[in-house]
Design a protein around this ligand. Structure first.
Ligand code: NAP
Length: 296
């Protein structure tokens, strides 16, 4: 297929590379042009604008930072919505509020296009390998149309309901992960006086009842960060985590609910960002809070 990817951030670039590897012809666009060269060097074609990209392809995938980025790529100037989208399939994978997806679906449909949301779990590695966890929302016939592409990007994707349902699921699954990073930080403070190697410690934690699943994949990296090292190059970074927490809290407010764990965690991660942690990967976060207190 001829597929467009508009937005070549960490995830967009990985998704574009994966789609090229699957044999699709790729057309790409990004607000900051310097990220385009890595993709054109691998055979993708660069479009002049999101609207020009939309004019050239059968399907478009976007995975953008937030609602403002969606406005920037879809609605501003030569945005995707300036093009005739008749017959085209648009898949948005950004982590945003359900209402953002719903509004986008309405606007895409008004331009003749088919819209499916499919935010994802898993970071740049799984994106590059086609092993994301997808949470689709859309009309059944539209999700069926998107399935061949989603199957190439995801190890598993589930259809949760109409547009908005996928966005809701994505916010929900990220909450326990993000809070778990802070829970690990606080747990580490309790057992740090034993002096055990943090990598071994995380391996033991991974075997315990309260272990978050992230310890299976990132336990050794988190242990390394707790030992004073830097876990890994940024993929799901602290600033994205703060954006997700703000999005969850706003969504809960619209449901008449409060999320005290998410709110407290956001305060702590805002503090971390002020101290220069914003661009670090989230797997480093368990090491932030313990550094504030001398080892007992
Ligand atoms: P990223 O590296 O920061 O990339 C964000 C993309 O959005 C870039 O293409 C950026 O363009 C674009 N963008 C931001 N503001 C814009 C604006 N005002 N107008 C136009 N374009 C704008 O973020 P990412 O890590 O790839 O994440 C993308 C989405 O996937 C987010 O919703 C994130 O929550 C979600 N997600 C991320 C991960 C992960 O591990 N990273 C995992 C699952 C889901 P520029 O290059 O010009 O800044």
């Amino acid at each position: 297929m001829k597929i467009g990817v508009a937005g070549l951030g960490k995830m967009g670039s990985a998704v574009a590379e994966r789609l090229m590897e699957c044999g699709h012809d790729l057309v790409v666009w990004n607000r900051s042009p310097e990220k385009i060269a890595a993709l054109t060097a691998k055979g993708a074609k660069a479009a002049k604008s999101p609207a020009a990209l939309a004019g050239e392809v059968e399907a478009i995938v976007t995975i953008l930072f937030d609602a403002e980025a969606i406005d920037g790529v879809y609605r501003v100037g030569d945005g995707i919505l300036a093009a005739d989208l008749s017959g085209k399939l648009l898949i948005d994978m950004s982590t945003v509020r359900p209402q953002t997806s719903e509004k986008l679906a309405k606007d895409v449909r008004a331009r003749g296009g088919t819209f499916v949301e499919c935010p994802v779990g898993g970071s740049t590695g799984p994106a590059r390998q086609g092993k994301l966890l997808g949470m689709a929302g859309g009309e059944p016939v539209d999700v069926a149309r998107a399935k061949p592409i989603l199957d190439q990007l995801c190890r598993r994707f589930e259809h949760f309901g109409p547009v908005g349902a996928g966005a809701r699921m994505k916010l929900a699954i990220n909450l326990p992960l993000i809070v778990a990073y802070q829970a690990l930080a606080e747990a580490f403070i309790l057992c740090r006086p034993n002096g055990m190697d943090p990598v071994q410690l995380m391996e033991f934690f991974a075997d315990s009842s309260g272990a978050p699943s992230v310890l299976k994949t990132r336990g050794p990296l988190i242990g390394k960060a707790l030992a004073g090292g830097e876990a890994i190059p940024p993929a799901f970074d602290v600033d994205s985590i703060r954006k997700d927490l703000r999005t969850m809290i706003a969504e809960a407010k619209s449901l008449g609910a409060k999320l005290p764990l998410a709110e407290d965690t956001l305060c702590i991660y805002d503090e971390a960002a002020k101290e220069g942690w914003g661009q670090k990967d989230g797997a480093n976060l368990p090491a932030y809070w313990p550094r504030k207190f001398a080892a007992g």
